[in-house]
Design a protein around this ligand. Structure first.
Ligand SMILES: O=C(O)CCC(=O)C1=CC=C[C@@H](O)[C@@H]1C(=O)O
Ligand SMILES: [Mg+2]
Length: 302
């Protein structure tokens, strides 16, 4: 099959900046691609890089698109190199969009609502709860640990018992702080501790995952299919937070998840509705149905 290719870079400002250990993220930049087939039908896909998670940069994706002919084939799409995972996702999603254009219906009870960092979480959780979220995600490793531990103690006093809380450090803790958090959350409604340590401290996270009963989740460490396989082969059996928009080829991702029984939680990269549709389709096939999807941020842009 051969397609006519069109691609449009975009910039969308977040309604509120995302504050994580990586820094403050204000602007989502990406590329919407259109594949037009011989019957003039259009398949849409999105390239939404996060270089600080190890994907290609926006400029690398734009350069790749610009070098392509205006007519591209299935073979070319399926041969996009693994060092362009966001491009692999965007082009393969557009190709698959011809097959299934309905959106995945999903309720907030199946999604994790994202709390603001710091003390604002205490005044925000109830709004998310009333919107139907039953899983809440809170970024830590942003402020001083004493301050965040104090806020955490207040938060678990007020949120309903049946709420699940995810803590995401974005690799911002050290070993001692990670142990402090894992001891603090023992017996609470914390569902998992996401990426407590930096990517280069995998062995320490593997050791902690064998000591503490609160699951540890990796996302920065498993940001693409190559890293996913590496961590699995090194013995990771905790939660795998998979961001399909930067993981790489959906076909290869399906093969890995169907071949290996992993505890996967599919998650957003704050893509637009184009990428979200394709990512949620993959999540509906491959994410652990017992866990909420990390796509609670569906109205994130101004
Ligand atoms: O996973 C979710 O529930 C929402 C998405 C989310 O938290 C993230 C998306 C993209 C980059 C990161 O800052 C962050 C994460 O670390 O998971
Ligand atoms: Mg994370």
């Amino acid at each position: 099959m051969v397609y006519q290719l069109e691609f449009d870079p975009y910039q969308k400002e977040f309604k509120q900046p995302l504050n994580t250990n990586h820094g403050i993220w204000q602007l989502r930049e990406g590329i919407v691609i259109k594949l037009i087939n011989q019957t003039e039908k259009i398949g849409y896909g999105e390239i939404a890089p996060i270089p600080w998670f190890g994907s290609e940069t926006l400029q690398q994706a734009i350069d790749f698109c610009q070098k392509l002919d205006r007519q591209i084939s299935d073979e070319l799409i399926l041969s996009i190199p693994d060092d362009l995972p966001a491009c692999q996702f965007g082009f393969e999603s557009a190709r698959e969009d011809f097959k299934n254009c309905q959106n995945v219906e999903i309720s907030n009870s199946q999604l994790a609502g994202l709390l603001p960092t710091g003390i604002s979480a205490l005044s925000t959780w109830e709004k998310l709860w009333n919107q139907g979220y039953r899983t809440l995600k809170w970024k830590i490793g942003v402020a001083d640990i004493k301050e965040e531990l104090d806020i955490f103690q207040k938060l678990i006093q007020v949120i309903p018992f049946e709420a699940k809380l995810r803590l995401d450090a974005n690799g911002g803790l050290n070993y001692r702080q990670a142990k402090t958090w894992l001891e603090t959350v023992r017996g609470t409604n914390v569902e998992f501790l996401e990426q407590p340590l930096p990517v280069n401290e995998f062995d320490a996270m593997l050791e902690l995952s064998k000591i503490y009963e609160t699951p540890i989740a990796l996302d920065e460490s498993v940001a693409n299919i190559r890293e996913l396989k590496k961590c699995y082969n090194l013995g990771w059996r905790g939660v795998f937070v998979i961001k399909p928009a930067i993981a790489g080829s959906p076909q290869k991702l399906r093969h890995f998840c169907r071949t290996n029984q992993i505890d996967a939680v599919f998650s957003s990269v704050f893509e637009t509705s184009v990428g979200r549709k394709a990512a949620l389709k993959l999540a509906s096939e491959l994410s652990n149905p017992q866990r909420a999807l990390g796509f609670g941020v569906n109205h994130w842009f101004n």
